[in-house]
Design a protein around this ligand. Structure first.
Ligand code: NAP
Length: 361
């Protein structure tokens, strides 16, 4: 390989993920530049090996048998700020930690991503599933995504519209899955901004510390919101913290399902008809009726703290499956058990949110 760091052989993958599961990669390369990425991809192509691109490992589950190809960890760094018409442009290397990007934007008084504090993973992974929390999503502020096309090794740029963003998804997760390696992301943020407080739980928690309107726009107000988001996430075990065994997870394991209004009425009628008094929570949106997956998991017989061998449902949030010293096989068995129970009881299929890495070329 040229201009690339060493290609490591039989490299353990579990420590590279927040859930801490999986065997070894046949080859592993940490790449800090576009050239190093090109070189690692070229190595895989020459040896006809499958490639897996890894960011912060917070949304990834490797199989117990490991990965029989080349795992490329993207470590491209860099964060630059430029004043542009209508705000500031923040250009970020794909390997930057997402939470550091939020902290840096908030410290400068730039608004637009403050509610996304504490989400684990890298900046390059953020557009793939259009990360979102507390009423904010990255698609609102992303202006450009830069990538390398694996097949041609050419650099490509995508505008916001070209990214095909949807609820926790994008073209990089759907139609073009496995086709690009994201090298950088550009955002348009607002200087001296007022924070976004669209999510009732967040608005209430922020107000509990005093009226936000009394704080100056920019860092003081945005900083308060960032701090509150961190507090809320931590209380749900959703901040990666080595001292908190409940955060040994891949975050939300299931996506919130959307159903048609007719189907929702049907499900609700069946649920209450069976003598259940607690109503099914729901949110109307353009994609249909959104039902919190965590509620479905708990009401299908998997309350927080449920254990199956060395895997379990987090004691803090029913949407997180926690590794208590088990294997990927056990994790997937528990996930299937939950999916089957939710499907039987509510007629809803819960899709898995993390990427379970299979060795396809
Ligand atoms: P929650 O308040 O218990 O509500 C469960 C789900 O209902 C949320 O995932 C959220 O969907 C949806 N929801 C709640 N209020 C809503 C509203 N006013 N309008 C539209 N949808 C609403 O949520 P949670 O699971 O504790 O998470 C709170 C926020 O943090 C969410 O935005 C979530 O995405 C984010 N977050 C979730 C997790 C997780 O594991 N669930 C982890 C970290 C952060 P959305 O997910 O679409 O917002």
């Amino acid at each position: 390989m040229t201009s690339s760091r060493a290609m490591l052989e039989n490299h353990p993958l579990a420590p590279l993920t927040t859930i801490g599961l999986g065997g070894s990669a046949r080859y592993f390369a940490m790449c800090s530049s576009i050239e190093e990425c090109r070189s690692a991809i070229g190595f895989a192509r020459t040896h006809r090996l499958p490639i897996h691109i890894l960011g912060g490992g917070s949304n990834t589950v490797f199989l117990d048998e490991g990965f029989p190809g080349v795992v490329i960890q993207v470590c491209i760094s860099g964060l630059t700020v430029t004043t542009v018409q209508g705000g500031v442009a923040l250009d970020v290397g794909a390997g930057e930690q997402w939470d550091d990007v939020v902290t840096s934007a908030v410290a400068r008084g730039f608004g637009g991503i403050e509610c996304l504090a504490g989400i684990p993973g890298t900046a390059g992974a953020a557009p793939i599933q259009n990360i979102g929390a507390y009423g904010q999503e990255v698609r609102e502020t992303i202006t450009r995504v830069d990538a390398l096309e694996l097949e041609t090794l050419e650099e490509r740029s995508f505008t916001n519209t070209e990214c095909g963003f949807g609820y926790r998804t994008s073209r990089f997760k759907e139609a073009d899955r496995g086709r690009f390696l994201i090298t950088g992301v550009s955002f348009r943020l607002q200087p001296e901004a007022r924070p976004a407080l669209r999510y009732p739980e967040l608005a209430k928690a922020v107000a509990a510390d005093g009226p936000i309107s009394e704080l100056a726009p920019g860092q003081p107000a945005l900083g308060r919101v960032r701090k509150t988001v961190m507090r809320l996430r931590r209380s749900k075990g959703m901040v990666v913290d080595h001292a908190d065994s409940e955060s040994r997870s891949a975050g939300s394991f299931f996506m919130n399902p959307f159903v048609s209004p007719e189907k929702f009425t049907d499900i609700q009628r069946r649920w209450t008809g069976e003598g259940n008094s607690d109503p099914i929570p729901y949110y109307q949106s353009t994609g249909g009726v959104k039902i919190p997956a965590a509620w479905l998991v708990e009401h299908a017989g998997f309350p927080r703290g449920t254990n199956r061998g060395n895997m379990g449902v987090s004691t803090k949030h029913a949407l997180a499956l926690v590794n208590r010293g088990g294997t990927t096989k056990e994790l997937l068995a528990l996930a299937t058990e939950i999916q089957d129970a939710v499907s039987r009881l509510f007629g809803i299929f819960l899709s898995i949110e993390p990427v379970v890495v299979s060795p396809e070329l």
